[in-house]
Design a protein around this ligand. Structure first.
Ligand SMILES: Cc1cc2nc3c(=O)[nH]c(=O)nc-3n(C[C@H](O)[C@H](O)[C@H](O)COP(=O)(O)OP(=O)(O)OC[C@H]3O[C@@H](n4cnc5c(N)ncnc54)[C@H](O)[C@@H]3O)c2cc1C
Ligand code: FES
Length: 340
């Protein structure tokens, strides 16, 4: 059994024990602590923290975009990659008191494929039914890691549904890359009745309660999945907040869940769905999704924003939303970073 050390998190004053064989983020999650994170693979920088005390920390492989060498030398670390070999104190730079103690247990599960259908030319709608255990509780907007059959690899996919009405069903929207390890396999090999192993839930892209602030969602590509989950949960709970969903696609053939989103405009009184195409003229919005947001929105000071999709879209939207007045701490995002 691996030696364990105490990790103290400031300014929240929480201590946990972490085995040398586990990354700090994973150990925290297993002990019910939901620290800020995204990719869990050293790519997105969401878990970046500062080491206040302790030197003996080693990092698994990570991207220097997420943690440049000069930051590492200054004392920053990535909790998803960090293994500690002595007691340490870590300052959480980015944390959410509402979320931190709301961690749900992480479960290893096996699920059966119920449907695997195209929703656009390159997006698939994968539906799983949990076999063992039969149910999984997750917050709308969270994701699971699905094991790639026959490879020692996992890929993260966000649930598009909620677990409140049927905790045994997991719905995903997955982009197919021609040479993608998992997505190509999904496209060509996965059939109804097949079994997949998964672990979760993970992720902090969940709806914060707030005090009636407006909501702004910006999504692109498969970023549809967790945003759909948030909207579906708002409909289930009758959330009345004013909300706008800007969804960026290239062409008409890339749009999906149109009927459901239009129906949500009727169910949710304050909700508006604004799709935009960047490569085709039509009778809707045209342009990059960030340009469309810029055209429509002028004062977002009383707004919580949720961004999800490819990293370049999320990175382009963040400074725009800050410039339009969304407080930094109320910009929530999931970057769909890739491993391949
Ligand atoms: C928190 C989180 C949640 C996620 N949720 C979802 C989700 O709900 N739906 C979803 O589809 N994905 C999601 N992703 C991304 C997903 O985990 C995989 O990274 C992605 O599906 C690619 O996996 P793959 O095995 O098919 O391709 P890989 O084998 O990882 O990639 C192989 C090759 O495919 C190409 N490729 C892969 N990704 C890209 C890209 N983004 N742009 C251009 N070329 C690329 C490249 O040529 C790459 O070398 C999420 C990622 C994170 C971190
Ligand atoms: S870099 Fe740690 S969660 Fe993405």
């Amino acid at each position: 059994m691996a030696d364990k050390h105490v990790v103290r998190f400031e300014p929240v004053g929480i201590e946990i024990e972490v085995g040398e064989d586990q990354a700090v983020l994973r150990a925290a999650a297993e002990q019910g602590l939901m620290l800020m994170h995204g990719c869990k693979e050293g790519q997105c920088a969401s878990c970046k923290s500062f080491v206040l005390d302790g030197d003996d920390i080693e990092l698994d492989r990570y991207s220097t975009f997420a943690l440049p060498d000069y930051e590492k030398e200054e004392g920053y670390t990535l909790l998803c990659r960090a293994h500690v070999y002595e007691d340490v104190t870590i300052e959480l730079l980015n944390f959410d008191e509402e979320m931190i103690r709301s961690g749900l247990p992480i479960v290893n599960a096996v699920a059966e494929v119920v449907a695997n259908d195209p929703v656009t030319h390159d997006l698939r709608h994968l539906v799983l039914r949990l076999a063992e255990p039969k149910e999984l509780t997750f917050f709308p907007g969270q994701y699971v890691d699905i094991a790639v059959p026959g490879a020692e690899a996992t890929r993260s996919f966000s649930m598009a549904n909620t677990s409140s009405r049927d905790g045994g069903r997991l719905e995903f929207v997955i982009k197919v890359y021609p040479d993608g390890l998992f997505s190509h396999f999904l496209d060509t090999r996965v059939a109804v009745g097949d079994r997949l192993s998964l672990t979760g839930p993970f992720g902090v892209f969940t709806l914060r309660e707030g005090h009636g602030e407006d909501l702004l969602f910006v999504g692109g590509g498969a970023g549809m999945a967790p945003i759909l989950a948030l909207l579906r949960s708002m409909a289930e709970r009758g959330v009345q907040r004013r909300a706008t969903y800007y969804y960026g696609a290239r062409r008409r053939r890339d749009l999906c869940f149109e009927q459901e989103l239009r129906a949500l405009e009727k169910t949710l009184p304050g909700f508006r769905y604004v799709p935009a195409l960047s490569e085709e003229d039509w009778d809707g919005e045209v342009g990059l999704i960030t340009d469309v947001v810029r055209r429509h929105e002028h004062d977002l000071r009383n707004t919580h924003a949720y961004l999800c999709g490819p990293p370049p879209m999320v990175e382009a939207a963040m400074p725009l939303l800050t410039a339009l007045g969304v407080p930094q701490k109320h910009i929530y995002f999931d970057k769909f970073t890739t491993t391949g």
